[in-house]
Write a protein that binds this ligand. Sequence first.
Ligand code: PEP
Ligand code: MN
Length: 346
Amino acid sequence: MRELLRGLYGAGPVLVAGPCSAESEGQVVKTALALAKLGIKVFRAGLWKPRTHPGGFEGVGAQGLAWLQHVKHETSMLVSTEVATAEHVSQALEAGIDILWIGARTTSNPFAVQQIADALQGHAVPVLVKNPMNPDLELWIGAMQRLAAAGVKHIGAIHRGFTPSTTHEHYRNSPRWDIAIELKQRYPELCILCDPSHMSGRRELVGELSRQALTMGFDGLFIESHCNPEDALSDAAQQLTPAALAQMLEQLHPRHGEETSEELEQLRQRIDECDRELVGLLARRMSIVREIGHYKQRHQVPVVQTSRFNTVLRQAIELARAEGMSEAFITAVMHAIHEEAVRQQI
Ligand code: PEP
Ligand code: MN
C-alpha cells in the first residue's frame, strides 16, 4: 500500500480528502474539482454511513457510485469509499471504486470484517482499515490479518482516535498516539495515515493534529473536505472547505529528511549512554528493593505498602514536573518500577 500511495505523491505526504458523505452529484463533483486543483490524488466520500443514532443521514447508498465514477472521469483522481458489508464490497467493486476503507465501527466487529474479507477474495482492490472504536490494538491488527488471509495485497491503516473515556476531552476522539506508534513499531512497512478530522471533531483543530501526525512520521492524512461544510449532512463541524484545506496544507512542514547523519548519530550515542545509566540506576534501585524485601521478610511486614508508594509517587511527580515532564508520563514510569519492585520482593 505504501508504494502505491506514496508513488502518487513522491516525497510529500499521502493526502486523501473529500466529504464525510456524498450528498448530491453536484456537491461531490464540485468538491472533487476543487480538491484535484490542490493536487489531491485520492478522493474520499462515504456512501453508506454507519450512524450512532437512528434517524440521522445514513448516506445515499449505491446511487452515489455513479457520482464517484463521474469524479474519477473528470479529475483522474482515485476514488474511495467506506464498506461495511459484503454487499457494499460487491457494489463498489462492480463500479470500479479504486480504494475501499473499513470504518471504526466495523473494525470493532470481527464477524463483519470477516464477511468483508470473504467478499474481497480474489480481488486486487487496496483496503484501508480504521482503528476500532475502543483502544484495542489487537482488534485493529486482527482486522488487517483477516484481509491479508483473504489475499488482499494492499492493506493500510487509518488512525482516527478512540472513543474518549470522558465527554470533557479536548478532541472528539482520544488520539492515543502510543497505540499507532506501537502498530508502526510492530509493522514498520505498514502504511499508516492519520484522520485528523474524526480525531479532532472540530475544523479549527485539524491543522494542529495534522502537524503532530506528520511530525511523528505518519505516511499521510485522511481528511474531510466539503464544498459547503456548514450545510453538510454529517460531521458539519469538522469538515474544511477545499480553500481552508489548501491554507492548512501550506502551513504544514512535512518531514521527509534523511534518517541518519553524523550529527544525529552523535546525539543517538548520547541517548544510548543515558539509557545505560538509566538501566544501571534501576538495577541499583532494585538491589536496595531486595534488601528491603529481606527486612520485610524478617519482620513479617507485607510487601505492598500503599501509603509509601503514594509518597514515592508524589515526590517523583513533583521532581518530574519541575523538569517539564508530564504527570501521566512519570506516573506510568513509577507504576512500572513499583510493579517490578514488588515482583523482586515476593
Ligand atoms: C468516515 O470516515 O466518514 C467515518 C465514518 O469515520 P469513522 O469510521 O472513523 O468514524
Ligand atoms: Mn465523517
